[in-house]
Design a protein around this ligand. Structure first.
Ligand SMILES: Nc1ncnc2c1ncn2[C@@H]1O[C@H](COP(=O)(O)OP(=O)(O)OP(=O)(O)O)[C@@H](O)[C@H]1O
Length: 305
């Protein structure tokens, strides 16, 4: 569906996007992930036709992005300025008029759970309701390709989950979705395929589960940062991030026994499955986010002590 070949973009000597090539098959949700400054926005803006690459090509169904191809694309920007005092229905009706073909307001409100707010001015919508309106606006031309640029940033967990349900519903319509996000749980929930970017390059690509099983065995054990014995260091090969040690092992009982024998402080110890943040840390030596998701979602494998 989308073919990106040899894409480059530099700003004053900084290579924001460095010889990037990838393709996105039709009908999947493709996630572009990475930390601040990785080059995601620059890449996505070139794919959307908003910014021009220094070199390289982007093809949609084998064709470059032209006025002919543009109506096949829908974009949910991080921020969209809407006219003050327009209601949800009026915003949808206005945007619908920009296109020859598209989806009527009623269907869009159905798709994005907006009926309740049809006559509410958009400026009075909550963060989650506003994102749903922006999603509906991105769908107004019934696009084949939908770009979602960090769509749930700043939303509370409930609103994020609602939004994920909508995206999953839209996936069933066969649309190709390109998603950028800082939230690794979002990528794991929604994306069939991901590319992790760092410093303008793709450093890992594949289905989230396949990538995790390729790079991790068993579970991750997190320990408070402390002095570890040579035996623990050589047998467990822990990695260090912020105030913690992380040990990846498929022999949990044996590892825990060794930690006890070596008088390791186990207070606050967690055992969990590896996630995409852990993968990023492993690949780059630094985390995707300042806060480790283990802090907010310990339920994945349970707190041991
Ligand atoms: N208009 C610009 N002028 C100068 N430098 C820029 C410009 N846009 C991006 N950059 C630089 O290019 C690099 C990549 O930025 P980009 O915004 O694409 O990253 P990102 O992965 O989208 O980050 P974030 O998650 O914070 O949005 C950064 O070093 C950034 O400072």
């Amino acid at each position: 569906m989308i073919e990106v070949q040899g894409l480059n973009r530099a700003f004053k000597g900084v290579k924001a996007v460095d010889n990037l090539s990838f393709s996105v098959p039709k009908g999947i949700c493709f996630g572009l992930l990475g930390p601040n400054g990785a080059g995601k926005t620059t890449t996505i803006e070139m794919m959307e036709g908003i910014a021009k690459p220094d070199s390289g090509t982007i093809l949609f169904n084998g064709e470059p992005l032209t006025r002919k191809v543009a109506p096949q694309i829908g974009i949910q920007f991080q921020h969209t300025a809407l006219q003050d005092y327009l209601t949800t229905r009026e915003c949808l009706s206005l945007f619908r008029k920009f296109y020859d073909h598209g989806v009527d307001e009623h269907t869009l409100m159905d798709m994005c759970d907006l009926h309740e707010f049809a006559n509410t001015e958009h400026r009075k919508l909550s963060g989650g309701q506003k994102q749903r309106l922006l999603l509906a606006l991105a769908l107004v031309n019934d696009p084949q390709v939908l770009f979602l640029d960090e769509p749930t940033t700043g939303l509370d967990p409930h609103a994020r989950r609602n939004f994920w349900d909508l995206v999953n519903k839209i996936k069933t319509l066969g649309k190709t979705i390109i998603l950028t996000t800082h939230y690794m749980d979002e990528a794991e929930q929604l994306c069939d395929d991901i590319a992790i970017m760092d410093k303008g390059k793709i450093i890992a690509r594949g289905a989230p589960k396949a990538l995790l099983s390729e790079h991790f065995k068993g579970v991750l054990i997190r320990l408070q940062h402390q002095q570890l014995s040579d035996k623990v260091m050589s047998e467990c090969l822990p990695s260090h991030e912020q105030n913690y040690w992380y040990i990846n092992t498929d022999k949990v009982e044996q590892t825990l026994k060794l930690l006890v024998e070596e008088s390791v402080v186990l207070e606050g110890l967690h055992v969990k499955s590896a996630n995409l943040d852990d993968l990023f840390l492993k690949l780059t030596g630094h985390g995707l986010t300042a806060e480790r998701p283990m802090e907010v979602e310990p339920q994945s494998a349970g707190e041991v002590a």
